[in-house]
Design a protein around this ligand. Structure first.
Ligand code: BGC
Length: 736
């Protein structure tokens, strides 16, 4: 394979095996040839909408399953395997290196039977397909809203935009747990806590599934990037059950349509071939009715093992299923019943979802509609986390602002997250921080922009200014999916959690010139803030805030919106406070402690605790009480607390409830998040709020009995505005 070959090869003859060996430069040459030829337009003959299921009456999953069995009973081996295999061809897939997932990746479509395929679009920042979808803040930023109700509305918008662009399966519900913040794809998930992950992921699913199928990923224990294809994860059963799986279970309980397996191995077996994960736990124990799809290319390696393990659909190309699976069945290596079961699930899921959503159809005008832009703005506003605000550095007073300095290369960049991997959304526009700030100020405020290179020339202006806003952090070259890209870096896991040296130098430099400095942090993964944050007045984390990020930032800086986001992860003081992380490891052990669980265990003083975030007002919590302080193990605990806004402006906060185990006989975390609630209060207003959780949630996994067990003993409830002990009040109860 060389350049000459790429210019001359008949691209219709390129096989899956050729494709995976092909260097990116050659792929690009061929991709451009394919696009120029107009082949892609010609190749899209497909079943429209839900095909033969289009006018079915509303059906429960059980009814759909019955219907599916009838169809499957008359299908040939080729047709059954066809349900489990992609229709997208290598030729159609090659142009993905120019624009990934521009059209849906299709599997299981059968034109003769008029059975629709699953039509996959990726996320989670929005709909990856097309070139005008709404770009929301990334999931990690949305996690900072602690607002499942908002996440559900976002899911609904994504479901509509997926359908309006010809997809019926949204692959963007990522709930992998952030074990270590160096993970390159941290931005795609909802943080370090299993309960928060489950609450946000299931909210997204509920919204999406009003219109389309949702797929939760990457099942399971995928939390490092560079070694994702090779790493083997060892995990004890308790840690698996209590730390790494609960959020997937929550999504399954929400009736998610599909689960995508992870690339990595767990206990020596690739997740896509892992019978324990896919069949024993997911399908048998959790009663998952939907479909398992593989992660894309190398989602599994062995046709027979995968089929036996419960892998229903290979994506996005027929590398290991397709003809190889047909051969395996014909040779007696895979029983026909295995493919019949898979095809039944697949068809039942399609039938069920064909009766979901609008019968009137979806209009392309709904993609990035004004309503969805507004939603992106709401999410950007609620997701910003103010972690430092000394002497009321923020908000800035618009009327008194004569000169404002905006610094940093990122202030002037459409920085929306990973722009090379599978989550890259192409929005119609992006408001940068600089644009947002300029638009919000009247001409009487002079806004001067500079970068690390030009800051020295701006020293006098900085001294005279009213305030300095510095936008620093990460972009797509520094993290994200680990993909050698044709026009930028590889991304992947980070080697350091520090800000870039030039950013730290910039902050140090301006701290000698001005006392009112606001640092705006962008990025998906956690950035260390110690010790540089002591040099500045305010630090606001905006993450990757989506297409309306600049508008939201300006509103917060100027006090038109009072920040209410809370950290979905711990910001450690130093990497020593984290579990070990080796991005090139071939073997890793995931244990019971990370994030705030580990900080609690070691009594670490971190920079900013999980759940923490400031406001322009002050809230107090008092009078914690329980509906009952003796509860049976199948009961529900309800706690109430009074929250008061004692400041001068209205605002929102998130009240968090953790459980603790003072009398436990087994090893436990010091506390686990069990419930939370967003509260909105006017100045002087107070509200009595209640939060509940099922007592079975405090069960621990007993490896000896291979079952959950609730200890009948005394427990403690901690309620407050962050996970820090000093922010929590407590009360005890007993499980009887
Ligand atoms: C990623 C998945 C993604 C899939 C399809 C893979 O490389 O790991 O998260 O959904 O591609 O785009």
């Amino acid at each position: 394979m060389d350049e000459r070959w790429a210019h001359e090869v008949d691209w219709t003859t390129i096989s899956f095996d050729d494709l995976i060996k092909m260097p990116i430069q050659l792929r690009i040459i061929i991709a451009r040839r394919i696009v120029a030829s107009g082949f892609l337009k010609k190749s899209t003959v497909s079943v429209k909408e839900w095909g033969r299921f289009d006018s079915l009456p509303k059906m429960t999953y059980e009814e759909a399953r019955h219907e599916a069995r009838q169809i499957v009973s008359t299908m040939t081996i080729e047709e059954l395997v066809g349900q489990m295999s992609p229709n997208t061809t290598v030729t159609e897939y090659i142009p993905a290196c120019l624009k990934y997932n521009d059209t849906p990746y299709v599997a299981g479509e059968n034109l003769a039977w008029n059975i629709p395929g699953i039509r996959f679009t990726d996320g989670p920042t929005g709909i990856v397909m097309g070139s005008a979808s709404t770009c929301f803040p990334v999931s990690m930023s949305r996690a900072a809203t602690w607002d499942p109700e908002l996440e559900e509305r976002i899911g609904e918008a994504m479901g509509i935009e997926a359908r309006a662009q010809g997809a019926n399966l949204f692959g963007g519900v990522c709930v992998n747990l952030l074990r270590h913040p160096a993970w390159g794809r941290a931005q795609e998930t909802y943080g370090e806590d299993p309960m928060l992950l489950g609450a946000m992921g299931s909210a997204l699913i509920r919204g999406v599934q009003r219109h389309a199928m949702a797929c939760v990923k990457h099942y399971a224990l995928n939390t490092m990037e560079n070694g994702r294809y090779t790493v083997n994860v060892s995990v004890d059963e308790r840690t698996l059950r209590e730390v790494y799986l609960p959020h997937f279970k929550t999504c399954v309980d929400t009736k998610v349509a599909a689960v995508m397996s992870a690339y990595n191995k767990v206990r020596g077996s690739y997740c896509g071939e892992n019978k324990y994960l896919l069949s024993d736990i997911l399908k048998d124990e959790w009663k998952f009715n939907g479909i398992v799809i593989s992660d894309f290319i190398f989602g599994f390696r062995d046709t027979v093992k995968a089929a036996f393990a419960g892998m229903d659909i290979e994506m996005p190309l027929a590398g290991r299923y397709g003809q190889r699976l047909i051969d395996a069945v014909n040779q007696g290596k895979v029983p026909k019943s295995v493919i019949e079961n898979a095809a039944t699930r697949i068809i039942a899921t399609k039938i069920h979802f064909s009766t979901v959503g609008r019968t009137s159809g979806y209009d392309i005008a709904e993609v990035a509609s004004p309503a969805h832009e507004q939603l992106a703005l709401e999410a950007a506003l609620k997701s910003a986390v103010l972690i430092r605000n000394e002497q009321k550095t923020l908000p800035l007073n618009k009327k008194e602002l004569k000169k404002l300095i905006v610094l940093g290369e990122l202030a002037n960049r459409a920085n929306i997250g990973d722009m090379k991997g599978s989550s890259h959304v192409y929005p119609p526009y992006v408001i940068t921080p600089l644009q947002g700030i300029k638009r919000s100020l009247s001409p009487s405020t002079e806004v001067i922009y500079g970068t690390s290179e030009t800051v020295t020339a701006l020293e006098d202006e900085i001294r005279e200014a009213d305030a300095v806003v510095v936008v620093v952090g990460l972009n797509s070259d520094n993290e994200g999916e680990y993909i050698p890209h044709w026009d930028s870096g590889c991304g992947g896991d980070r080697s350091s959690l520090e800000l870039k040296n030039e950013d730290i130098q910039l902050i140090k430099h301006i701290s000698t010139l001005h006392s009112r400095i606001i640092v705006v942090l962008q990025g998906g993964g956690t950035l260390l803030t110690y010790p540089w944050e002591e040099l500045v007045g305010a630090v606001l984390i905006t993450g990757y805030p989506g297409m309306e990020g600049g508008t939201a930032l300006a509103s917060i800086l100027l006090g038109n919106y009072n920040p209410s986001g809370k950290l979905p992860y711990t910001i450690p003081k130093s990497p020593d406070q984290l579990p070990p992380f080796d991005k090139d490891a071939k073997e890793v052990v995931y244990d019971y402690f990370h994030g705030y669980f580990l900080a609690d265990k070691n009594s670490d003083v971190v920079s900013h605790p999980f759940g923490f975030g400031l406001s322009y007002t002050t809230f107090t919590c008092s009078q914690l009480s329980l509906a009952s302080n003796k509860i049976t193990s199948d009961g529900v605990l309800t706690a109430s607390i009074t929250v008061k806004n004692i400041g001068a402006v209205s605002g929102e906060t998130v009240i968090q409830l953790y459980s603790g185990y003072p009398n436990t006989k087994v090893m436990r975390h010091s506390k686990d998040l069990r419930a939370f609630k967003r509260v909105s209060l006017q100045p002087g207003e107070s509200k009595r709020i209640s939060m509940s959780f099922a007592i079975k949630d405090v069960a621990w996994w007993n490896e000896a009995t291979h079952d959950w067990e609730v200890e009948k003993t005394e427990y403690c409830i901690y309620v407050g505005q962050s996970s820090a002990w000093e922010d929590l009040t407590n009360i005890t109860f007993e499980v009887i």
